[in-house]
Design a protein around this ligand. Sequence first.
Ligand code: DC
Length: 229
Amino acid sequence: MSLPSIIAVDGPAGSGKSTISHQLAERYGYLFIDTGIFYRTMTLVALRAGIPFSNTDALTTLTENTHIDIISQNDDPTHPYAVFVEGEDVTNQIRTPQVEASVSALSAIGSVRAALVEQQRRIAAKGNIIMAGRDIGTVVLPHADVKLYIDASIQERARRRFQERVSQGQSANLAEIEAAMVQRDRVDSEREVSPLRQAKDAIYISTDNKSIEQVLGEIGEKLEIWQPA
Ligand code: DC
C-alpha cells in the first residue's frame, strides 16, 4: 500500500479536524502539525507585548523573530503536543478565551501569515506529514497528495468546545461559545488573505452524528486506495 506523503486538512473550529488528524498520524506513523498553534501562539506573544493588532509592521517583525517549538506528547488526545516559546511552556495559555477573541485579528494580517506559512512549508517538506488548519489545501500546500475538508454544524462544534472546556475544569457557557465561534468563523472565512475555504480538489467529510472511529474509517478507506498521480 502506498500512502500519500503530504495530507492537508482544513475546516472550521471544532469540526474535529485536530482529533482526526492526530489519530490518522498515529495510525500511519506520520507527523501531525496543527497550524492553529502558530496563530494562537503569536496572538499570545503579541497580547503580552502589548502590541495593538493595527500595528502590522511590529507584529510581522515579532513573528519573524519568535521561535515556536512544538513537541509531540501523544498521551493527550485533544492537544497531543506541548508548545514552547523561547523555552516557556505556553500549551494552556494559547487556549484561553482571551487568545481566541484576538486570534482572528492577527490571522487576517497578510505579512504575519507569510512568515508563518514559510515555517509551515519548511516543516511539511520533510514529508510523511498531516498538516491541519484553514488554508493548508488552498495556500500552504496546494500540491498536497490528498486534501481533506472536515466540517460539522455550528451547534455540534460549539457543543464539543463546551465539553472540552468543562473537561479541563474551566468555566464555560454554551451560548457564549457558540456566539464566539460564529464570529470567528465569519472573520476567518471573510478575510481577504487566505480565507477558510474548501480547496476544489478536497474531499468533504462531515463529522456530524459520527463517532471518531466512523470518521477515521471513512478517511482511512480513501487514503488506502490512493494512487500517486
Ligand atoms: O484551529 P484553531 O482554532 O486552533 O485556529 C485558531 C485560529 O487561527 C483560527 O481562528 C484562524 C487561525 N488559523 C488560520 O488563520 N490559518 C490556519 N492555517 C490555522 C489557523
